[in-house]
Write a protein that binds this ligand. Structure first.
Ligand code: ADP
Ligand code: MG
Length: 728
């Protein structure tokens, strides 16, 4: 074992777990560091409280006087908790969160100072925005953007800083973050869904979109991770032969959680409690050292913020336990990757989950309306939905025969499939209107019973109905959920809007009763959405062939997938729903392409460096030992020389061929990179990276991984898979 590896492993084994003891109940800790409704009631005047609640519930503007009151109460609350700084906390399109701390501290002359925080500072800030991705929205001469308070997500204290969730927009108004379009999409789905709800219940005034994300991740010893330049710079291993034992024995999944990991989880969960992130579930995942964390679902905007915050906290807490968290979708070849299932549903302010079958035929018709409209929305926009989860790192999961495929389809389970078939068939025979209604209500009325035992789960489906919610499973572990949630809510909003128009037309023109009209429209939707419904194995090649026949897209690579963001259809959709302007759609496309290019470029550079400067010299060293050995054998043996040296000479030749394989491919890769870098059109550049640069990764890795099996373990420089995954 090389010195570096040895020390890393020794260090890891010698590490004494920090034992985390929980002295308080979780429920007591929950929300302690959040300026939430409870805290507001305590700290704010009635007037200010009313102003903020109005903003949260009815999107009303907060006037300056109220903002001043809120700011001063926030400051008092924060100071009492030992806070010194405040920051506008936002989610730029880099994928991580951003903050710039300012102290409350202010001098007032005569050597005196106070702690100050006013409405102005609460409501708006101007961070120097020129270094955040904007996709050409801001020319450099007006490189200004501002952050603006989002009262629907409560302020919180993290590590002695008061964090105020904000949106981030250009001076000209275009969104520069994930949150702004998300808020617009949530507004759109609220409007459209509320209007549809009125068919069933006039009292519904608001529909909220909910999200419960399940975060998968790897925990790797910090020293071991640091010993790998690829993990340090790209978050994944670019090289490394698989370990003899991986996940074959299924002995990790749901197994007992290793104590060091458990202590990490406890501390993380306590932090989450303080910040009001309602984490609930933890367990081992399929791959060794892979785990999952899931909260209780929340309103989507808050859930997105909480997930972004969580990803940040995870890194910090992990560091205190000598771990590095890997959120990359595929840190290790050959074992499971990490995703982030987005459990999604819609619910009314009257307390009804619109994706939960009801107890009466009429409430079931409401359920079916939302259920089928969602399916139709996914059917009509499958390519856009695929684009919403496209990234260089998620490409390793999607379309790589690992859950789920790059083809978007919807799984609804056996029973609901039957229900849809029956519904579709209702009017095929010649029935009198009365019979139609009876039969329809009969079918509709059956749902609650059949769903009770709807436990069948299809793990290969990217979009599955699981009883009272849809689970968008193709989202990457590293992703900001804001993007997929924006797109999902937008397409559903548009679909519900169109549905309402169609149903209204039947009511007024054909004089149908409301439920008859609703029923007739959704029955047609079942027919037209058929191609998206798929209950089989999503991994197999057969599905790819079948999906092609059905006309579904299969965009395996990000550059291809992203095009759907800027199709005329998508641009028009976002404009119609007031979610993104053409400029914003185009900017996002550019930003995501650029991110893709940069990621592959960085990986390519790191890979070239490791292969040339770590692997090849090591192989040469070992080859020289073999050559010395062969020379020695020649001195000792005469007749038998050939037979005793045969294996070594073979090995020398093999090593030479792999060294050659690495060197020639690295040279090729550098050439291709140069060609790609010279391309001006972003889409073509991304294609060049995908089609020309990236395939060489595989070739280089192949030769390096072969060498790993040939070269003396004593001098192998890179920490091996078994060491990364099984050192405990
Ligand atoms: P699993 O899918 O792993 O079996 P669960 O179904 O218990 O796990 O829940 C996974 C996530 O889905 C959790 O975050 C949970 O709070 C969330 N969830 C449950 N019901 C809903 C709902 N109606 N809308 C959105 N998310 C939900
Ligand atoms: Mg799930």
């Amino acid at each position: 074992m090389s010195k570096l590896r040895f020390h890393a492993i020794k260090n890891s084994l010698a590490y004494k777990a920090v034992v985390v003891e929980e002295k308080k109940r979780r429920s007591e800790l929950f929300g302690e560091n959040v300026f939430d409704e409870n805290t507001m009631r305590q700290y704010l005047t009635k007037e200010a409280n009313h102003g903020v609640m109005n903003a949260i519930q009815h999107s009303k503007k907060i006037d300056r006087n109220i903002a001043d009151q809120v700011a001063s109460s926030m400051r008092d609350w924060a100071l009492a908790k030992g806070v010194t700084h405040y920051t506008h906390w936002f989610q730029p399109l880099t994928g991580s969160t951003a903050e710039k701390h300012d102290a409350f501290f202010e001098t007032i002359g005569h050597g005196m100072a106070i702690e100050k925080f006013g409405g102005g500072q609460l409501v708006q800030q101007e961070p120097d925005a020129s270094s955040f991705p904007s996709g050409g929205i801001r020319n450099t001469f007006e490189a200004r953007g501002y952050t603006a308070w989002d009262p629907t997500s409560p302020a919180f204290i993290y590590e002695t800083t008061l964090c105020i969730p904000t949106i981030f927009v250009a001076y000209t108004g275009e969104a520069l973050d994930y949150k702004t379009p998300l808020l617009r999409a949530l507004h759109a789905v609220d409007d459209a869904a509320t209007a549809v709800c009125k068919y069933f219940d006039k009292n519904v005034k608001k529909v909220t979109s909910s999200l419960g994300w399940e975060q998968e991740y790897f925990l790797i010893d910090k020293m071991l991770a640091a010993s790998r330049p690829d993990i340090a710079l790209t978050g994944r291993t670019l090289l490394g032969h698989s370990s003899a034992k991986g996940q074959q024995l299924d002995d990790h999944y749901f197994g007992s959680i290793p104590s060091r990991a458990l202590n990490f989880m406890k501390e993380l969960e306590v932090e989450c409690m303080l910040l009001g992130i309602p984490v609930k579930t933890r367990h081992n995942e399929v791959a060794p050292n892979q785990f999952e964390l899931a909260p209780i679902y929340e309103e989507a905007n808050l859930a997105v913020d909480h997930n972004a915050l969580l990803m940040d906290i995870m890194g910090r807490v992990a560091s205190r336990h000598n771990f590095k968290v890997l959120l990359h979708e595929k840190p290790f070849a050959g074992v499971n990757g990490s995703g982030k299932h987005n459990n999604w549903s819609l619910s009314t302010d009257t307390g009804v989950n619109l994706l939960k079958p009801g107890k009466t035929p009429m409430s079931n018709l409401q359920f079916l309306t939302f259920f089928i409209n969602t399916i139709k929305a996914v059917h009509d926009n499958e390519e856009l939905l695929r684009a919403s989860i496209a990234s260089a790192s998620n490409d390793h999961r999607l379309g790589a025969n690992e859950a789920p495929p790059a083809i978007v389809s919807v799984f609804i389970g056996e029973q609901l499939t039957k229900v849809l078939e029956e519904l579709e068939g209702v009017t095929k025979g010649k029935l009198s209107p009365q019979e139609k209604t009876d039969l329809k209500l009969n079918v509709v009325g059956k749902i609650p019973d059949v769903l009770l035992d709807n436990t069948d789960r299809n793990r290969t489906s990217p979009f599955a109905f699981t009883g009272n919610k849809f689970e968008f499973r193709a989202v990457g572990a590293l992703a900001n959920c804001g993007n997929p949630m924006t797109i999902l809510n937008t397409i559903v909003a548009k679909q519900l809007k169109d549905f309402k128009v169609e149903a209204d037309a039947l009511i007024s023109k054909k004089d149908l009763k409301k439920d008859e009209a609703v029923f007739n429209v959704i029955r047609e939707y079942i027919k037209s959405s058929r191609p998206i419904l798929f209950e089989g194995n999503g991994y197999g090649e057969l599905w790819e062939i079948e999906a092609k026949k059905r006309g579904l897209s299969n965009n395996k690579a990000t550059p291809e997938a992203l095009k759907a963001r800027v199709s005329e259809k998508s641009i028009a959709l976002f404009e119609e729903m007031n979610v993104m302007s053409r400029i914003e759609s185009e900017a996002r496309y550019e930003i995501e392409l650029e991110a893709y290019i940069k990621h592959i470029q960085i990986e390519s550079r790191v890979l070239g460096d490791i292969a040339r400067n770590h692997i090849v010299p090591t192989a040469v060293k070992y080859q020289n030992i073999l050559i010395e050995n062969v020379k020695g054998l020649k001195d000792i043996f005469e007749k038998e020389f050939e037979s005793v040296s045969k294996e070594q000479i073979n090995l020398i030749k093999k090593i030479s061929s792999h060294i050659e394989g690495i060197n020639s491919n690295v040279t090729k890769m550098i050439e291709e990179r140069k060609i790609a870098n010279a391309i001006k059109v972003l889409g073509e550049k991304a294609d060049a990276y995908y089609y020309k640069v990236k395939p060489l990764f595989e070739d280089i890795r192949y030769h390096s991984d072969k060498l790993e099996l040939l070269v003396d373990d004593e001098i192998w420089p890179l920490t091996k898979y078994r060491e990364l995954l099984f050192t405990r």
